[in-house]
Design a protein around this ligand. Structure first.
Ligand SMILES: Cc1cc2nc3c(=O)[nH]c(=O)nc-3n(C[C@H](O)[C@H](O)[C@H](O)COP(=O)(O)OP(=O)(O)OC[C@H]3O[C@@H](n4cnc5c(N)ncnc54)[C@H](O)[C@@H]3O)c2cc1C
Length: 394
């Protein structure tokens, strides 16, 4: 049996490794270098997975695909992933924040180990871009930028970002992709004057949604970014702009914080208000708020009136930002992709076309940052690869 895998990223490589034993020939088509996309992961350290071993909890980290993944993870879980990597010589460790990394802290090392498993005469890598694939009677015809080929089975693992037209042309049912895990642009551009200022453990909620997010973020020259912003961008990937987010920098609700502030002002009457406020938020942001609301930097605690106090308590517990756009081309993953209703979660086979499989980011699955997106690649890649192998045996 001749198998083509389109895309030699993490999902395609995992599929190939698991299909290899039962194919006569395996050809990878990749327009770029195999597993190049693994190299920047985890800042070069490769955040392989996340240390949550209860699948019901794990799937909560995926804004899209959680129900489908419950079935997938029941067949190839986080524990299976770690065992697989251990077997191929990639020992891993779990950080305090539960993110899992290889002990080498090197995505280069992981890449080398994975590719070494495909060092087999049956395997070929073609550096070609696939433009279209179609099932013609019982074989697949693949058109690339260089030639045309025929295969018995195809696994598509090329991601969704560059493949909207390829998949449409090939008759696949897809949800149009949107950027997720990306920086966001805000209406109040004056905040960008604080470029480089970062915030820790901030709570955020999107107006009109009950979801609450916690995390760190940073202001850049033309956006807000960081883990908290990535979560917001993912949760709202399909919402129209603009939308409003409320940030709470202090961890208390307005009433509680207002009371706390009153106590602090009473007990520190000679202190400058700006210094009291700077205990909760970065000083430059405190100065920004003071300027915006025409409050003097010289104001002492004893001079603060109720209007100023409640205004500050409001700004620090319900700071509103209007989100006007995603920062272009900076997304870590794409939301959208192949419609999961048409994928068999046991095998990753496309229900309308036998012998065609999908895995990885091309599926309408995406997770937050923390190893969830690679976990999707390992699990769906494993299932696609083993399904192809089983098909051969039957
Ligand atoms: C900077 C960065 C850091 C990240 N860090 C992490 C992390 O630490 N942990 C985590 O879980 N996730 C991380 N991610 C997300 C993760 O890298 C992706 O979810 C994952 O790479 C998706 O794998 P994939 O195999 O599905 O697709 P891809 O990695 O996109 O691989 C697809 C491959 O197919 C090729 N290709 C595409 N279309 C065609 C075509 N038509 N013809 C031929 N070849 C084609 C591409 O060249 C590519 O090699 C990160 C992403 C980025 C951008």
């Amino acid at each position: 049996m001749r198998l083509a895998i389109i895309g030699a990223g993490p999902a395609g490589i995992m599929a190939g490794i698991n299909a290899l034993e039962n194919v006569d020939e395996l050809v990878f088509f990749d327009k770029d270098v195999p597993l190049k996309t693994l190299l920047p992961t985890g800042g070069g350290r490769c955040n392989l997975a996340y240390g949550e071993f209860d699948n019901n909890e794990l799937v909560k980290f995926y804004p899209r695909g959680s129900k489908f993944l419950l079935s997938v993870f029941s067949r190839f879980s986080t524990a299976d992933t770690l065992e697989f990597f251990e077997k191929i010589g990639v020992k891993s460790y779990i950080q305090d924040d539960l993110r899992i990394f290889p002990c080498s802290n090197s995505s280069k090392d992981v890449r080398k180990k994975l590719l070494s498993l495909l060092n087999d005469t049956k395997v070929k890598f073609y550096c070609e871009e696939v433009l279209c694939f179609k099932k013609v009677s019982d074989r697949f015809r693949l058109k690339t930028n260089k030639s045309e080929y025929f295969f018995d089975k195809v696994i598509f693992a090329g991601g969704i970002r560059d493949n909207f037209d390829v998949l449409k042309e090939s008759g696949i049912n897809i949800i149009a992709p949107k950027p997720a895990l990306c920086a966001l642009c805000i209406e109040d551009v004056s905040l960008y004057s604080l470029s480089g200022v970062s915030f820790k453990d901030v709570m955020a909620c999107i107006d009109g949604s009950k979801q609450e997010f916690v995390g760190d973020f940073i202001i850049t020259q033309n956006s807000i970014s960081g883990p908290l912003v990535y979560k917001i961008s993912s949760a709202n990937a399909f919402s129209p702009f603009p939308y409003q987010v409320r940030f709470n920098f202090v961890g208390y609700g307005f009433d509680e914080f207002d009371m706390r502030l009153r106590e602090l002002l009473d007990n520190n009457s000679k202190k400058l208000l700006i210094n009291i406020i700077s205990e909760f938020i970065p000083k430059s942001f405190a100065q920004f708020l003071f300027k915006k609301n025409a409050v003097s930097f010289e104001l002492k605690a004893s001079q603060v009136n109720r209007a100023v106090r409640t205004m500050l308590a409001k700004e620090m517990t319900e700071y509103k930002m209007k989100i006007v756009a995603q920062k272009p081309n900076g997304e870590i993953v794409s939301a959208g992709g192949v419609n999961l209703d048409l994928i068999n979660p046991k095998s990753m086979e496309y229900k309308d076309i036998s012998g065609l499989y999908f895995c990885g980011e091309v599926l309408n699955i995406d997770g937050y940052t923390g190893g969830f997106n690679l976990q999707n690649c390992w699990s769906t890649g494993y299932l696609a690869g083993t399904a192809v192998a089983k098909g051969k045996k039957n």
